[in-house]
Design a protein. Structure first.
Length: 136
């Protein structure tokens, strides 16, 4: 009798742990999808503000995809225990490269708008980072 109770409790605990792991994994997956959707929305909004031609928009999308793929590859090359600063440096370099390439396809008016929008995004990111630090 005692063995069956212990076995039952053990089984319930295993199911709870498995369910928790699945929930955490789904949360991470959904967060990633949410971030991708937000990034796409910002990108689309930026393309509208810049009034890109169809040719420019196609080049913009190609530049962003190529740089994203290169950044992913570089992130995968990092050791698993790489710290946050190393990962951030990879992303900064990727964005810097993308910005330089994008700047080349824009006219002077679009370049000014692009610079203003990028500055806005940076200040928003800093504000969000400060807010997260305050919450901790």
């Amino acid at each position: 009798m005692k063995k069956s109770i212990v076995s039952s409790v053990f089984a319930v605990l295993c199911l709870l742990i498995f369910g928790l792991n699945q929930s955490v994994a789904q949360g991470r997956e959904n967060r990633g999808k949410g971030m991708q959707a937000a990034m796409k929305e910002k990108s689309d909004s930026l393309k509208i503000k810049l009034k890109l031609t169809d040719v420019q928009a196609a080049k913009y999308d190609e530049i962003m995809k190529r740089n994203r793929d290169q950044a992913k590859a570089k992130m995968m090359e990092l050791p698993e225990d790489a710290n946050r600063m190393e990962r951030a440096e990879v992303m900064r370099n990727a964005m810097k490269n993308a910005d330089a390439e994008i700047f080349e396809i824009l006219d002077s008016e679009q370049q000014a708008i692009y610079k203003l929008e990028k500055d806005k995004m940076k200040s928003e990111a800093k504000s969000k980072a400060k807010e997260r630090k305050r919450k901790k």
